[in-house]
Design a protein around this ligand. Structure first.
Ligand code: UD1
Length: 431
């Protein structure tokens, strides 16, 4: 089984190109099947989550042509079934966007229940409530499948009980071709929600207000083909920004939208890093000992839950006591046990982590429990003294394109290894 072998201790320095946003891509890929015309999507990240989504689309008859590594051409004219039940689909969370897309287009959808990271219970009641309100009265879970059928879809008023990215995107998809006006209140405002809305509008939809908490969708008869470039990945960028912080490095993330990174930049400033912003790049310089702070994860524009493990790793090395509160998912501190094996001093009480900064981490054999925590543990290993082996890197590869290669480009000593021989080779190489 592949692992990352890492020798920590060197400052990461240089520039790194950020890929397209995984979570926007997943919504946009689902949306692309809502027209019979050809759609071209650019800046698609080459990560396992998006590749599984493409595989699911192909399994129902969508023709996917790869133009180059980051550009696909999609044609959904010949979809032959509205049932998506391949076992692989359970590995990704966003498979549920196919419900919104198929329901919106064919008024009928059955998709295997999603998987994704095990970071909490992750119910889909708000998605189902919205589908029902739109006319899919029987929408629900049946035999491991999410099912939704409607005789007709009618615009309606939906008030989401909590801010949910998934339900906001899914209900935009289900309503773009409904009859009349749909209003989604308490909508998520994440950049990827806006990107999916922009993509739908490029296909001829009439979606207004994405990026605010009220989204108004006026149903249109049909959607048409388009060419569209996905926004850069806020979380990949944030992860590299924190790599600078934990290794006392100097990293410029390129091809980003600095506005989307504001809450991340603000926390880095607070803990003692210097930030330089330009049009499409952000430079993070960490030249002194990190300072403690308090942070609470919140929906956008708050500090993202997907950056919570990365900031915890940084605060584990900061002066004094820090507090991290997770307000989105109830089970997102599982990685703390692994981090403790590297010498961190962190106590978790419910949804709060109390962190006493330590002088250094030390290398250990650890396991990535999920995507973002896995990436955060790699950051810890890069800051640590000695060698670390990270297991279950398949989680990390779900959302980070060429993670090890990009880190090597910044001077990190990291290799993907498979077995003892590779590990010895790595140790010989890095000394
Ligand atoms: C998406 C992202 C994930 C990110 C999360 C929050 C994708 C593929 N995943 O996940 O990386 O961590 O947004 O930014 O885009 N909830 C309900 N009922 C529902 C839906 C959600 O109770 O029907 C709750 C969830 O349990 C959670 C909160 O609402 O506590 C937010 O979840 P949501 O924003 O929907 O997360 P995902 O879309 O699953």
């Amino acid at each position: 089984m592949e692992q990352y072998a890492i020798k920590g201790g060197s400052a990461l320095v240089g520039e790194v190109e950020i890929a397209g946003a995984k979570n926007a891509a997943l919504g946009i890929l689902a949306a692309s099947i809502m027209t019979d015309e050809t759609v071209v999507i650019e800046n698609l990240p080459d990560v396992s989550d998006t590749n599984i989504m493409l595989q699911a689309m192909e399994s129902i008859g969508v023709i996917v042509k790869h133009i180059d590594r980051h550009t696909v051409q999609i044609n959904a004219r010949n979809i032959h079934t509205e049932v998506v039940d391949g076992d692989y689909i359970r590995r990704i969370r966003a498979s549920y966007y196919l419900i919104g897309a198929l329901l919106g287009k064919y008024k009928n959808a059955e998709v295997k229940l999603p998987g994704g990271c095990n970071i909490g219970t992750r119910p889909i009641d708000q998605h189902l409530k919205g589908f029902k309100a739109l006319g899919a009265k029987d929408a629900g879970i049946n035999g491991g499948m999410i099912v939704a059928h409607a005789d007709e879809l009618k615009g309606t008023h939906i008030f989401l009980d909590m801010v949910t990215v998934g339900a906001t995107i899914n209900l935009m998809l289900a309503s773009v071709m409904a009859d009349g006006m749909t209003i989604i209140e308490n909508a998520a405002k994440e950049p990827h929600v806006v990107d999916v809305a922009n993509f739908l509008n490029c296909m001829g939809a009439n979606v207004k207000g994405a990026g605010t908490d009220v989204i108004r969708i006026k149903g249109v008869e049909r959607l048409h083909g388009t060419e569209y470039g996905i926004i850069p990945d806020q979380i990949e960028a944030g992860t590299f920004m924190f790599a600078a912080a934990v290794t006392k490095g100097d990293i410029t993330v390129k091809n980003v939208i600095p506005k989307h990174l504001e809450s991340i930049s603000a926390k880095l400033l607070e803990i003692g890093c210097e930030i330089e912003e330009s049009d499409d790049a952000v430079r993070v310089v960490a030249s002194k000992k990190l300072e403690h702070t308090h942070v609470k994860t919140l929906p956008y524009p708050g500090f993202p839950t997907d950056m919570q493990p990365q900031i915890t790793v940084a605060l584990g090395l900061a002066e004094g006591t820090s507090i991290v509160t997770e307000s989105i998912f109830e089970n997102r501190f599982k990685y703390v046990d692994e981090l403790s094996r590297m010498g961190a001093n962190i106590k978790v009480e419910g949804s709060t982590a109390i962190i006493e900064g330590v002088q250094k981490y030390s290398g250990a054999s650890i396991t990535a429990p999920d995507l973002r925590a896995g990436a955060a543990l790699v950051l810890a290993a890069l800051a640590a003294e000695g060698y670390t082996l990270v297991d279950d890197i398949k989680y990390i590869e779900r959302g980070y394109e060429d993670f090890d290669e990009k880190l090597r480009g910044l001077g990190a000593m990291i290799d993907k290894v498979d077995g003892e021989k590779d590990i010895q080779k790595f140790k010989l190489r890095v000394g």
